[in-house]
Design a protein around this ligand. Sequence first.
Ligand code: ZN
Length: 221
Amino acid sequence: MPRTRSPAGLATRRGSPYDGAMLDHLIKNNRAWAERMVAADAGFFKRLEHQQAPQYLWIGCSDSRVPANEIVDLDPGELFVHRNVANLAPPQDANYLSVLQFAVDVLKVKHIMVVGHYGCGGVAAAVDGKRRGLVDHWLHPIREVHHAHRQELDAIPDTRARLNRLCELNVKRQVVNVASDVFVQEAWARGQELSVHGWVYSLANGLVTDLNVTVSQPDRT
Ligand SMILES: [Zn+2]
């Protein structure tokens, strides 16, 4: 990408003559996008300014190829989103828990989707035996899933297929985490309508597959 010349005056405004210029194309994109939205619906931003009432919470991977709103073709305001490396829902993570509580208690979303994706670098990194530092700790829950399903996974000869299966198993495990969380359990106890779903997304064709692990009520066993 060419480094464009900085417009006059930018240096004093931004500290470096290049800081702003490097992102000019994004600001330009933003202006064009906002214009298109208003052209299609004049009151769009005015409405969103005063209220957000999404029905869905998306818990997905940070991977740039898995953009939440685009995949399910929803506008701003329609999807509450939490993304992290390898779409984890760890019960001790304050960031995820804050999002979950706000979505369930305040926004009262009706559906939570944990969305993994085939070819997830986070899932692969969890089990390749290489050390990377902090992220190794973050990815530890995936190694636990790997350990719990060792027999099934070892029986899959193809590495890619084996990792893709681990992506699915990870989603299922995170669905259990979300569904067993106290905020979700309390919502069900007070009669709130709420379902937790497990999906996996394919980078190869853009399609989501429902893993059929939906939980819509407390486990009474
Ligand atoms: Zn990923």
